[in-house]
Design a binder for this molecule. Structure first.
Ligand code: HEM
Length: 476
């Protein structure tokens, strides 16, 4: 049979077949090229992701392992994980820190984990964007943290440190440093933020606060018995107490029993803010300021007892300052500027035991870093753990050596306990004053030794000495 008449059909068929194949291959190639190359890493278990790995590494006292293991495994300055129910890119090294710090509002914006918002913010504000809440929070800081206010706080902090030591340390031979330094920083915040001085009233806030902060980095499962659930309930109690206090202060101002602002809450009331807005902000200040500063104080005290030569140099510096003053004369701003070596010691303590692990951001656009795409909506995390103990930045990283901070100090973006860039901790100077006034009073009054030199440290998420750092006290 002559099949020549079929040839045109066959040719058409082959051409069509080949064309479809080519179109398919081009489409496949293009769509592959368009698929973003995500950072290496894994998402872990559904919903909880790798949160448990992170929590376990932290509880074992080695949160840096979570970061350094993955950093090494993937040989990449950014890796993918999933924490707190979110897709997340963890940025590593000085370059990663620099990129996130300076990418604010260009690539990333503020983001707070949902447990934090749900435990601490009023329900009406939980759905506000974190960027909105963060901007509002920062807007109020200048009045609290402007240089004149800070200078004015030094004698107040000095007086409160003395009172605290007289009440809670002097009567005893043995004390636990961690809970006491928390008590001190909490009382100071109550005094400076809202003029609360009464011990019972302070306790009303302190207890639920410690429960709520424990839930800050927890898996957000709101079922009875979970850490998150306890945190949410404690948050409710704090807001009720705060609401009552703010309303009382508002009435005093309305009835003109007081006409001048005496603290941060008054300032906000006089600016016409609502009770809910003020409550959210005060809670934000407490979270940011209280556990961080008390942790820095605790580990400075701990390292001072491990290194007698460092302790002696600190004592010498502080005694010189004490001798330069009259008997009842309080510390002043100028005295703080002389505490240079003591600040190097506190910095070295914060390098090895950082009070904050890092902070989160949210990608506001797709962007590329180190050859990988971070998709819009992903969360990003910069962390102290990729630089503070990295031997490339800090030789012999486990060694406690305050001289690292003398002269030019560490390379940029490597020592980042307070973050960096436009969102760097606005309370850094306040914290420096608080830590230094406390250490001044402590070393000029006491000598101490650790009762358990091998006490375990776990991170929840800040470092915590598991027995509260018990020490034996002696008069200096
Ligand atoms: C040793 C003590 C402290 C440490 C280590 C510390 C560390 C940090 C860190 C790492 C951040 C996140 C920065 C970022 O998002 O990149 C931060 C934010 C913040 N800190 Fe501190 N902080 C300390 C004390 C304080 C104090 C005493 C205050 C207030 C009086 C304060 C107020 C804040 C506020 C309001 C923010 C949020 C800023 C924002 O959302 O943009 N901090 N801090």
């Amino acid at each position: 049979m002559d099949i020549a008449f079929l040839m045109p059909y066959l040719v058409h068929f082959v051409v069509l077949y080949v064309s479809v194949g080519v179109i398919y291959l081009v489409y496949k190639y293009k769509s592959r090229a368009a698929t973003p190359k995500l950072p290496p890493g894994r998402k872990g278990l559904p919903y909880i992701g790798e949160t448990l790995d992170y929590v376990l590494a932290s509880r074992r006292g080695t949160p840096e392992k979570f970061v350094t293991d993955r950093n090494t495994k993937y040989s990449s300055d950014v890796f993918r994980t999933s924490l707190l129910g979110e897709d997340m890119a963890v940025f590593c090294g000085a370059a990663g820190n620099k990129f996130l710090f300076s990418g604010q509002n260009k690539y990333v914006t503020s983001w707070w984990p949902r447990p934090m918002k749900k435990a601490f913010l009023d329900p009406s504000s939980v759905d506000n964007s974190s960027a909105e809440e963060s901007t509002k929070l920062r807007a109020y800081l200048p009045s609290l943290l402007k240089p004149e206010s800070l200078q004015h706080y030094v004698p107040v902090m000095d007086r409160m440190a003395k009172e605290h030591l007289d009440q809670h340390w002097s009567p005893y031979n043995q004390v636990q440093v961690f809970p006491l330094s928390k008590k001190y920083t909490f009382s100071l915040a109550c005094r400076l933020f809202m003029s609360v001085r009464d011990r019972e009233e302070i306790e009303k806030f302190a207890k639920p606060f410690s429960i709520a902060t424990a839930g800050l980095v927890s898996v957000p499962i709101d079922l009875p018995g979970t850490t998150f659930n306890r945190a949410v309930k404690a948050g409710r109690v704090i807001r009720q107490e705060l609401f009552a206090l703010i309303t009382k202060k508002k009435n005093e101002l309305l009835e003109k029993r007081r006409t001048v602002a005496s603290d941060l809450v008054d300032n906000m009331l006089l600016d016409g803010m609502t009770e809910i807005e003020i409550g959210n902000k005060i809670v934000g200040f407490f979270i940011a300021s209280h556990d961080t500063t008390s942790t820095a104080i605790t580990f400075t005290v701990s390292y001072l007892s491990d290194y007698p030569d460092v302790y002696n140099k600190v004592l010498e510096e502080q005694m010189d300052i004490l001798r330069s003053k009259g008997p009842e004369e309080p510390l002043r701003w100028e005295d703080i500027q002389k505490m240079k070596y003591t600040w190097c010691v506190a910095c070295e303590a914060m390098r090895l035991a950082p009070p904050a692990n890092g902070a989160f951001r949210e990608a506001i656009t797709d962007f590329t870093y180190a050859g990988y795409t971070i998709p819009k909506g992903w969360k990003a995390f910069w962390t102290v753990h990729s630089t503070h103990k990295n031997p490339n930045y800090f030789p012999d990283p486990e060694k406690f050596d305050p001289s690292r901070f003398e002269g030019n100090g560490p390379a940029p973006y490597t020592f980042v306990p307070f973050g960096g860039g436009p969102r760097m901790c606005p309370g850094k100077e306040y914290a420096r004053l608080e830590i230094l006034t406390f250490i001044h009073n402590l070393v000029t009054k006491f000598k101490w030794e650790k009762l358990n030199p091998n006490e375990k440290i776990s991170y929840i998420p800040s470092p915590i000495p598991e027995e509260g750092l018990p020490i034996k006290l002696q008069a200096a």
